[in-house]
Design a protein around this ligand. Structure first.
Ligand code: UDP
Length: 310
């Protein structure tokens, strides 16, 4: 069994590579290292069955060997990154996804698309089920990510319907854990690194907006199970426990022993007000549910940030 993980040197991708190797699956990891990093997979380089290639999926020509399954996790995913890389984000989601789908069509491999809860935009329905079509601003700053992922979903379904390709779509909700970049800009790494550095904790808007955070080990297990599930329609993957940003900030402050004040900043444009996955489909199809509670996952992540990223 051999898997190709595009974006395999990224945060979720590197954990997925490790998860697959631990189950005896050979891994070909592709990454252009724009937001991913070699450090994320350095510990895997000497392992049997692991190979890393620096490649941009939007400029993919040939790939050595064939794979039974292709996971597409290649994309900037932090708002800070995709706002700084608007054209690459669109190109990765569109041309990059198309190149990987073509590869799968030639090899008859399973294709797993890492989509996102951002396809729901600022949702008017709560919690979000897969049959909700979303509330996305098509021309706002976030649209480069949201629309790239929506297009990638449409493309994936078109390959399934036109070529009978075995495809899967994961709608990944907020995920956190070790190997997030210190300067990633997302709320969990920001709050942890600010707490540890003795800086004020930045809260955007009132802090009453909510997110639901899934620990990365739960996420990669779900992605692996999804690869083996023959249903092409989207599946929400995430932890349905919902927290306000203020509440997460208070938990991080307590777990790090920090007394740093909060610093309120303006809410970014189109920042979704509430987000929580309905994971009934994932529970039923994948026989999966998240196991790591927020405090437990935050403790592990804080330990990793304290030790200093590799
Ligand atoms: N956020 C915040 N402080 C920060 C970073 C983010 O209050 O230092 C807020 C952000 O406005 C959003 C939520 O935390 O409402 C989650 O943001 P993140 O960038 O982690 O991911 P998103 O879910 O928006 O893609």
């Amino acid at each position: 069994m051999r898997a190709l993980v595009a974006g395999g040197a990224g945060f979720i991708g590197s954990h997925l590579c490790e998860f697959l190797l631990d189950r005896g699956i050979e891994v070909l990891c592709l990454d252009n290292l724009v937001t991913g990093s070699r450090a994320n997979v350095r510990h895997l380089l000497g392992r049997d069955g692991f190979k890393f290639l620096k490649r941009d999926i939007a400029r993919l020509k040939t790939i050595p060997g064939s794979s039974d399954v292709v996971f597409n996790l290649a994309s900037p995913a932090s708002p800070r990154d995709y706002l700084a890389l608007p054209l690459q984000t669109l190109e990765t989601g569109a041309t990059g996804t198309r190149n990987l789908l073509e590869l799968c069509r030639r090899q008859r491999s399973v294709f797993v698309m890492a989509s996102t809860s951002e396809v729901y935009g600022d949702p008017t329905k709560h919690p979000q089920r897969e049959d909700y079509w979303g509330n996305v601003n098509p021309v706002g700053f976030r649209s480069v990510y949201d629309e790239a992922k929506r297009y990638a979903e449409a493309l994936t379904m078109a390959y399934h319907r036109t070529h009978g390709l075995p495809t899967r779509i994961a709608r990944i909700f907020n995920t956190y854990g070790p190997r997030m970049k210190v300067d990633d800009g997302r709320v969990v790494p920001n709050l942890i690194s600010q707490s540890l550095a003795g800086q004020p904790l930045t809260i955007y808007g009132s802090g009453r907006q909510t997110r639901s955070f899934c620990y990365v080990s739960d996420m990669v297990e779900a992605l692996f199970r999804l690869a083996g599930c023959p249903d092409p329609m989207p599946v929400n993957l995430g932890n349905p426990e919902e927290f306000s940003v203020l509440r997460i900030a208070r938990i991080v402050r307590r777990l790090t022993g920090s007394k740093n004040p909060f610093e309120f900043r303006p809410l970014p444009e189109d920042d979704p007000r509430r987000r929580r996955p309905d994971i009934a489909r994932a529970r039923r199809l994948l026989k999966w549910k998240p196991r790591v509670r927020l405090e437990q996952g935050l403790e592990r992540t804080i330990d990793w940030f304290r030790a200093g990223p590799a």
